[in-house]
Design a protein around this ligand. Sequence first.
Ligand SMILES: Cc1cc2nc3c(=O)[nH]c(=O)nc-3n(C[C@H](O)[C@H](O)[C@H](O)COP(=O)(O)O)c2cc1C
Length: 332
Amino acid sequence: MVQVTAALGLGPDQVEGVLAAASLAPSVHNTQPWRFLVRRDRIELHADPRRRLAATDPEDRELRLSCGAALFNLRLALEAEGVRPLVSVLPGHDAPGALAVVRRGGAMRITAENRALLDAVPHRRTNRRPFLEAPVDPQQRHALVRAAELERSWLHVITTPRDRAQIKRLVRRAHEIQLADAGVQAELAAFTGPRPGASDGVPPASAGVRPAMQDEWAFRDFRGPERRPGKDYESDPLVVVLCSFYDGPLGELQAGQAMQRVLLTAGTRGLSASFLSQPVEVRQVREELRRSLGGMLVPQTVLRLGFSTPVPATPRRPVAELLTGSDEHAAC
Ligand SMILES: Cc1cc2nc3c(=O)[nH]c(=O)nc-3n(C[C@H](O)[C@H](O)[C@H](O)COP(=O)(O)O)c2cc1C
């Protein structure tokens, strides 16, 4: 097994700490599709092709969003160690196959804002429970929009009843297409339900309540406990579409970092979040969603935000399992 070594002026324990922070990022079905190559002068982020979801995510778009989120955590954790992260996304021949390479760009002191985001990393969770019937106020919305902008992405906030009805319809249509797709359902089943000792996937305690036909929004069934009477979903969550300005891997890696900044910003403001990814995962529905946003922005993920009660953490693989040696990884 590959050992954690010193890098970027940090000792092995500090490197292990920053990689552990990176691994707390959200990932589709908690696949944790990332690997790290550690060298004295750099940390490379690679996709782990063995953790692809070929049916749900055939173009690896969500894999790259997930890796972008891990990269954002890594940046924060390095800043807290006093290292200014010099990030090169899709570095090409500089680091073959890597999604990103991070070098030491000098010393720095982390800002209070980024320190608060880093402190939120271990507490951030996807919360699939019903939210309270309490509105998210404009100041909080503004903070989320700004978080996406800081990472060169765009957060489209659904505000009008017409847009809300439209996106609800797209979520349901994509959900039904996926229900009829045996490959998508097999991947969901592989990563949900009781899996004792698993260090990936979504355990029943994190699955939220079981969705029902009468729910306004079509939530994916993560095989959580049966719903008790009165445990209905809120009528009016804040729904946002996180968009990139470009199609393709660069836009996806930027959007992944933005997604994580948005989620952590939400966390620092007491907001919970969950995903409604179906309309972005199903290609023909994604095109319709894109047109409904004016055709220029590229929708990458849909989030539902509101206030809820805390949920347990999902498991993570140990850092030692995330390390890769020199050439054993493949590009994604
Ligand atoms: C790109 C992406 C898409 C996701 N899509 C969904 C989704 O459609 N529904 C859902 O309930 N969770 C979704 N998730 C959340 C993951 O299942 C979750 O991040 C993972 O299980 C780890 O749990 P945690 O976020 O609580 O750490 C998505 C996460 C990512 C990064």
